[in-house]
Write a protein that binds this ligand. Structure first.
Ligand code: ADP
Ligand code: MG
Length: 299
């Protein structure tokens, strides 16, 4: 008998298809992710197997739990704990704006999850609302952590959909190849802004140039004077100076002063000047965090 009974399809991912399933012995509901690999003929690369084994040890309450890895018929199936929905669907189902305490509690959990992975030297590299899962009781869990290292950075989704640029930092858009934790901090900041506006993407660019223009119109155009080394990035090109037409208050009108300050500390074009996720979750914006959230982290 099969250990997992497949139920409905829940998503078409970057690396494969995701199904809801039930453990036939324990009745536990899980999410099965069948990973498609380019090297189909040669089976699963040993590097992917090694990396997924490491991910199994990555346990924290804001990381979706990888229960086990099944390897059969030269295919790889990742078994995850099941979550109710992803953040993109959550935004779509909202009928009223998200209240700012919920924004605070969700973003705090996001930063705790990111900081934990960074402390274990694991990067995400593709943080976006579809990769963030939430439960009915307000818990947030990051999905797909470490998969980029295991299976390569996605260029195109399995479903032929183009990978979104909206959460990519300017250094990556200019072709930086050396990925550091700062990439996830930028993406997290974009998601913070989006949470505060109940799902309005901050920089919904249509291609790399448009993406960079949108960023520079808010933060100022990157140049050697503000960001040392930018002109040496592989795909650097000089953009014109755009007049700054929007204030932070107009961009994120619902964030208080502390929230706007935190956003600006994370959203810096020069990756070496972005604060870390750990410093971010200690910011005074979270001074008024509900106490029950703190209790989640006291063991
Ligand atoms: P993406 O396409 O954003 O990389 P995934 O490949 O992880 O996302 O999965 C595709 C979709 O399947 C997700 O956006 C999410 O809606 C859903 N999904 C993935 N894992 C889970 C899970 N553990 N519980 C519930 N839904 C999930
Ligand atoms: Mg994903």
């Amino acid at each position: 008998m099969q250990k997992y009974e497949r139920l409905e399809k829940i998503g078409e991912g970057t690396y494969g298809t995701v199904f809801k399933a039930k453990n036939a012995h324990t009745q536990e509901i899980v999410a099965l992710k069948r990973v498609r690999l380019d090297e189909d003929d040669e089976g699963v690369p040993s590097s992917a197997l090694r990396e997924t084994c490491l991910l199994k040890e990555l346990k924290q309450r804001n990381i979706v739990n990888l229960i086990e890895v099944l390897y059969s018929e030269r295919k790889l199936t990742l078994v995850f704990e099941f979550c109710d929905m992803d953040l993109k669907k959550y935004f779509e189902t909202l009928s009223t704006p998200i209240d700012q305490v919920t924004v605070q509690t969700l973003f705090y959990q996001l930063l705790r999850g990111v900081a934990f992975c960074h402390s274990k030297n694991v990067l995400h590299r593709d943080l976006k609302p579809q990769n963030i899962l939430i439960n009915k009781n307000g818990e947030l869990k990051l999905a797909d952590f470490g998969l980029a290292r295991a299976f390569g950075i996605p260029v195109r989704c399995y479903s032929a959909e183009v990978v979104t640029l909206w959460y990519r930092p300017p250094d990556v858009l200019f072709g930086a190849k050396l990925y550091t934790t700062s990439i996830d901090v930028w993406s997290a900041a974009c998601i913070f802004a989006e949470l505060s506006t109940s799902g309005k993407p901050l920089f919904p660019g249509s291609d790399v140039d448009d993406q960079l223009q949108r960023i520079f119109k808010l933060l100022g155009t990157a140049s050697e004077s503000t960001w040392e080394g930018v002109s040496k990035l592989p795909e650097f090109k000089q953009f014109q100076e755009y007049p700054i037409s929007m204030t932070w208050e107009q961009v994120v009108p619902n964030l208080n002063n502390a929230g706007t300050d935190l956003l600006q500390l994370m959203m810096v074009c020069d990756p070496s000047k972005r604060i870390s996720a750990e410093v971010a979750y200690h910011h005074s914006y979270f001074d008024s965090l509900p106490n029950y959230i703190h209790l989640w982290y006291t063991d």
